[in-house]
Design a protein around this ligand. Sequence first.
Ligand code: NAP
Ligand code: MG
Length: 487
Amino acid sequence: MSVAGEARPLDAAMVIGGERVEPEAWLENFDPSTGRTLGRVAAGGAAEIDRAVAAAKQAAPRWAAAKPVERSRLLHRLSRRIEEAHEELSLLETRDTGKPLAQSRADITVTARYFEFYGNVVEAYLGGSIPLGAEMLAITENVPYGTTGHVIPWNYPAQITARSVAPSLAAGNTVVVKPAEIAPLTPVRLAELALEEGLPDGVLNVVPGEGASAGQALGDHAGIGHISFTGSVATGRTVAARCANRGRPVTLELGGKSPHVILESADLDRAIPLVVSTLIQNAGQTCVAGTRTIVHRSLREELIERLVAELESISIGPGLEDPDLGPLISAGQLERVNGFVERAVGEGNEPLRAGSVPPGLGGYFVEPILFTEAAPESEIAQQEVFGPVLVITPFDRADEAVALANATDYGLTAAVWSRDVDQALGVARAIEAGQVFVNGYAAGGGVELPFGGFKDSGFGREKGFEALGEYTQTRTVLVRSELPAGS
Ligand code: NAP
Ligand code: MG
């Protein structure tokens, strides 16, 4: 699957049992920057998932029995290989998702880092012992589930695949991955690279296909011990309900409506670049996008003025030209974003459009849009738009800021901006979110930092050491011993 100057379309087949497998049927993959066909995607379904789970289960006992250091070395090899293929993977990611090339490059760096990090820490993933006196020995082991399933969204295909696959493999599971059908290229390529680096056949399988067929079949499969799902709240709940029916655990990473809380003493010079970048990154199609700005009334006017000026100056264009803002992923997503904007306007909100889409672009582009008067309870202030749309809400007292920050059903991330340490910490710790940043936002990909939602944003934790716990179950072994006579 070469990228540069290829004459044939980019196809994403399946990787099952250590082989590239052609599907019986294909779907079309569109280039978000042009709207034209990019290539074909395997239309995997229940039969292909079945085959992948069988291959994964066959590989599971040996993989689980391997010494952690052996798994660790393979993950390190894969990490290095991803670094060697950095540009190829970055180009694939940008072509598939439309995101600006610099952002794909950052994503691939983080992808490699996941395999490095879990390769590092798995050897220190210790069990325990419980003191029960001289006649008992109680120990706990971290035991893999066998085979885990991973349902991946289209917004960060490489990173999110690595995020759950790396800890699961490190912990001794074999895996089956179902990428989003509109962005399957890097997950498939990662599996190919892993095979080339010596990952045993069947340990990492990838079956692209539609959610309603391949995704559902994976979530329903009796051979899967745990499901990691990243995507929308509605689909996540469906998958979780199905897992509950089978009595299987699930990790849900869902959406967000994350606020920047800009307190009275905030340094706007530091805050504004991050308000802008977390709004336009991946065209706003980021679960941790900063889509609400809750600002002290005294700073509101200056903030709006400076945000508009910054946003006016950004470049908009095809991902491969590495603009500041690329296209949305699909025609459907463009329609969805426009729908939110039209409904907000219909409710009497004036949109402040900053920057403009250059004429003649064929892809799914939208310019940044600010709503500065929308009521906190309105749809545009409550729902995840997944586009570069920002709602700005003023407050007078810090407790109002906290109440506003917490006034959505989501609770994924938040940022607090202040020069006053006491106040910043007080507000940060009152926010209902899985990650809260003070005077910053998500450090370097945050591979080491436990990540996940409060409230409707999900449950369970990915990233960090903590994620290893999602992919293992505790076995307690109790040994009764007899004291030697006379002791
Ligand atoms: P989605 O529609 O929920 O899809 C996510 C994945 O689930 C895709 O692979 C999809 O397949 C699959 N799927 C759809 N129906 C399924 C079913 N019945 N059973 C099993 N799998 C099924 O979400 P999306 O539109 O791709 O992604 C956008 C959403 O994901 C946003 O809400 C965003 O916030 C959230 N997200 C969250 C995080 C996080 O870490 N918290 C990260 C990224 C995105 P197909 O697309 O191929 O049909
Ligand atoms: Mg695509």
